[in-house]
Design a protein around this ligand. Structure first.
Ligand code: ZN
Length: 266
């Protein structure tokens, strides 16, 4: 996760709110009943998992044409193989990035519901959209590597949303989830309010391949899985760690990416 200052909440839900949600989930499980579902975006009742039809129609899916390297949507098709200015000026450590949707209000509510509100029922839909957006990356991928949380945050949040998405994506291809390959070796502060260079410094050296997993990485094509791509600093730091361990290629597949409309790529 690589949050953006203006759209990310500064605090995670309180322990009381988390406890209430946990109790609700436990109650539903123990009674073996489905409590009514709410659309994570507008809070209307829905009959199945996911968004209501009105919110669904507003999802900003990313489709070609886009930069073949960064996956940033182009306003018009510049022709095959033409890269965005950002990809040329500041090439990332990873090879290619793809995202299912633009990070807007709807995407934000989905990401937050999955991450903070125990809406694990959203993972199959979000993962399916990611598998479709990243089809080209997944075709010849060997491993899916979720961006890891530091154990302290993983414990307080109970599970890693990127890992949940990776499990769904693995059902749509042949690449296997390697949840234990990449480790966060030091905690990082939230990326909120940091400049691009500060973000890069914040995550520099924060990730490493587990010493007993280097053989799994060597010569492999790995797709990093995360929920949101903002500056790309986190994805870049993870890709560097995997490439240091001799990964053949590292691509990035996220649910949503921030598209800076002020910096039109072409
Ligand atoms: Zn809705």
């Amino acid at each position: 996760m690589d949050p953006v200052a203006t759209v990310e909440p500064s605090v995670e839900p309180s322990w009381a709110a988390r406890l209430a949600r946990g109790l609700r989930a436990t109650l539903a499980r123990s009674l073996n009943v489905a409590l009514p579902r709410l659309c994570p975006s507008c809070r209307d009742l829905v009959t199945d998992n996911g968004l209501c039809p009105a919110c669904w129609s507003k999802v900003a899916f990313i489709a070609p044409p886009y930069c073949p390297r960064l996956g940033i949507p182009f306003a018009y098709d510049p022709g095959p193989g033409i890269l965005s200015m950002q990809a040329i000026a500041d090439p990332p450590a990873f090879h290619r990035a793809r995202a299912a949707v633009r990070y807007d209000d709807i995407a934000k509510t989905l990401v937050h519901a999955l991450k903070y509100q125990d809406r694990t029922d959203l993972a199959p839909t979000m993962g399916r959209w990611m598998a479709r957006a990243g089809g080209e990356l997944l075709n010849d991928a060997d491993l899916l590597s979720p961006v890891p949380l530091h154990w302290r945050r993983a414990w307080s949040r109970r599970y890693n949303q990127s890992g949940a998405l990776a499990k769904i994506i693995a059902q749509h291809g042949h690449a296997k989830v390697a949840g234990d390959v990449l480790r966060r070796v030091r905690p990082t502060q939230q990326q909120i309010g940091l400049s691009k260079s500060e973000r890069a410094a914040n995550v520099q050296g924060a990730f490493a391949v587990a010493p007993d997993k280097t053989a799994d990485v060597h010569g492999r094509h790995i797709v990093l899985i995360d929920d949101v791509l903002t500056s790309g600093a986190t994805a870049d730091a993870c890709a560097r760690a995997l490439l240091r361990a001799k990964a053949k290629q590292v691509d990035v597949l996220v649910f949503a990416r921030v598209v800076d409309t002020a910096q039109s790529p072409i």
